[in-house]
Design a protein around this ligand. Structure first.
Ligand code: HEC
Ligand code: HEC
Ligand code: HEC
Ligand code: HEC
Length: 455
């Protein structure tokens, strides 16, 4: 029943199931590492009181209070994090660990960095079997546990005590990317781990936020916190993802060894069918944003491509600089480690400038429509020559459409009316082996046509 985001995205709009799930096993914890000076992870039990987040039904109070039920719901995507550790005890994980020769997946540091709750210090009540817990995202709670429930406590107080401000797109992106792209230490899925059977990791900040959502954005929430529009979360998410890619790529992670770390490249630039038959034609099509010679692996530019479209709408004065730096980076990869690192650093500065601009942007209705059109039609679609960029474009269509609806920039029901076209677009990127760039472009154009009725 567990599946990839491609299938999950299609069910994202369906109602959260109300089924309750079994209580967690609370035995065996051999994870306590004690380092003083840092805030400890307290464990899910510390969030679980019925006056806290452990209710079975939502309340009309400040927060829903049934967050644990949603996080545990094994019938829904919202329950994925609670079962992240359990996945490690399943045969597929054991086989991956076996091929890598790292012992059991349930105790291998190579797996626990993302399938459990990483921290420098744990309270005795914490159990790593709980998987990716509340504190993996909201921050180790030792210092804010008391203050965040205090009657006169404020969001600012909580942040001062170590709560991660996930309402801010950049902070949220940095947090999710640790596991949904890669971070420090053991938070990295090397190509070796993938070759041993780990699925490819796909991510889009706003879509994935919606898929695991367990909070209501109501008047009270807006008063206490930032409630960024979907398009803002999407665009900041793209820029921060690029910053993260380039940081890791330029680090020893990407630059040590005779071969580059293949994780950073588009998987299909190496993995595709070839033939010696006379009638066979090479599949690599030229890509206007990518000066890469045929026969060379391509850096995974899924976020670069989205940003190339976004920059024209939201920061047109930076478009030329972005294109120049992106092209120079692609070209430099073929020239060796040092040129690649220098070009990566330059592009990262530009990506940082985009992050700042998108964070400050207000994204009115016209801009959101313009962004939709930039991603769905026009020059950008000629750059969706490879699988990962195309899949990212389809997720963008989904997310931007949802943003138009939630910001009431299209009539209620518009999204439902366009959904069949969106589903067809998802279908074109479901199977990486049989994906055709022209089908993706055609399906995105149909979404754009359907959308034009509301413009
Ligand atoms: C950088 C973080 C990271 C590391 C390290 C990592 N994983 Fe994962 N793993 C993920 C993410 C994220 C997913 C979900 C991928 C998706 O669907 O987008 C996942 C999915 C999986 C799945 C598929 C689960 C399913 O629901 O179908 C298995 C199995 C798995 N990981 C096993 C492992 C094993 C075994 C290791 C250690 C060798 C490991 N992972 C290391 C992040 C990580
Ligand atoms: C995968 C990351 C992640 C996990 C795991 C997670 N959350 Fe969240 N949570 C978020 C994000 C993102 C938001 C929305 C931004 C915000 O308000 O901070 C949120 C919002 C909330 C809110 C709404 C806060 C408000 O001000 O209205 C509560 C309450 C909450 N989470 C509690 C929990 C609890 C309890 C758990 C564990 C059972 C949990 N979360 C697990 C990411 C996560
Ligand atoms: C500590 C690591 C970690 C962090 C932090 C984290 N995730 Fe995850 N996430 C995972 C793992 C591992 C899985 C896969 C679990 C599985 O397949 O059982 C996953 C799965 C998901 C899924 C289901 C996707 C799918 O293809 O099945 C969504 C949606 C998701 N995460 C969203 C988020 C968001 C949004 C954030 C940030 C607010 C976030 N995650 C932060 C580790 C993490
Ligand atoms: C630079 C070229 C290159 C890139 C890019 C690349 N790979 Fe690989 N991949 C290889 C090579 C070489 C092997 C080893 C083939 C062998 O063992 O016979 C391999 C093996 C694999 C295998 C095992 C295949 C098998 O049948 O044993 C998987 C799975 C895999 N890669 C997934 C990925 C994913 C996912 C990505 C993208 C994140 C990726 N690869 C990117 C070159 C690449």
């Amino acid at each position: 029943m567990r599946g990839s985001w491609r299938r999950l995205a299609l069910v994202a709009a369906t109602a959260v199931s109300l089924a309750t799930s079994a209580a967690h096993g609370r035995d065996a914890s051999d994870t306590a590492i004690v380092v003083s000076g840092t805030s400890a992870v307290m464990g899910v039990a510390s969030c679980g009181g019925t006056t806290c987040h452990g209710r079975q039904t939502p309340t009309g109070a400040v927060v829903r209070q049934d967050e644990i039920r949603i996080w545990q719901d094994s019938t829904s995507v919202t329950g994925m994090h609670a079962r992240a550790f359990r996945v490690l005890s399943e045969p597929r994980s054991q086989a991956i660990a076996g091929r890598l020769g790292i012992g059991s997946a349930t105790s291998a540091p190579e797996c626990l960095g993302c399938h459990a709750t990483p921290a420098e210090r744990y309270a005795p009540e914490f159990h790593r079997e709980e998987g990716v817990t509340c504190e993996a995202c909201h921050g180790a709670a030792e210092r804010w546990l008391a203050s965040h429930a205090a009657v006169r406590g404020t969001h600012a107080d909580n942040i001062r005590h170590g709560l991660i401000p996930l309402d801010r797109p950049r902070a949220r992106a940095e947090n999710c990317l640790d596991c949904h792209y890669g971070g420090g230490g053991n938070q990295f899925v090397t190509h070796r781990i993938m070759a041993a059977g780990h699925p490819r990791i796909g991510f889009e900040l706003e879509l994935f936020t919606a898929l695991q959502q367990h909070h209501n954005v109501d008047a009270d929430y807006r008063q206490r916190k930032q409630a960024p529009s979907g398009i803002k979360v999407w665009s900041v998410g793209q820029a921060v993802a690029l910053e993260r890619q380039l940081t890791l790529f330029a680090s020893p992670r990407g630059q040590s060894g005779a071969f580059p770390e293949f994780y950073f490249y588009d998987c299909r630039s190496c993995h595709r069918a070839i033939s010696d038959e006379p009638g066979w034609k090479p599949q690599r099509t030229t890509n206007p944003l990518r000066p890469v010679a045929v026969g060379t692996p391509v850096f995974n530019d899924e976020n670069l491509l989205m940003l190339a479209a976004a920059v024209r709408v939201a920061a047109p004065d930076l478009a030329a600089r972005f294109d120049t730096d992106a092209r120079a980076f692609h070209a430099a990869i073929g020239q060796g480690h040092e040129p690649a690192r220098v070009a990566a650093a330059k592009l990262r500065v530009t990506a940082g400038a985009l992050t700042a601009r998108f964070e400050a942007a207000s994204f009115n209705r016209a801009e959101t429509f313009a962004m939709m059109q930039a991603v769905l039609t026009g020059p950008a679609t000629r750059t969706y020559t490879d699988y990962q960029g195309s899949a990212q474009a389809v997720m963008a269509a989904d997310t931007l459409l949802a943003s138009l609806e939630s910001e009431r920039q299209v009539p209620a029901g518009a999204r439902a009316a366009i959904k069949p076209d969106l589903d067809r677009a998802y279908a074109t990127v479901r199977d990486p082996q049989h994906f055709q760039p022209t089908d993706v472009a055609a399906s995105l154009a149909r979404v754009a046509d359907a959308l034009r009725r509301y413009q």
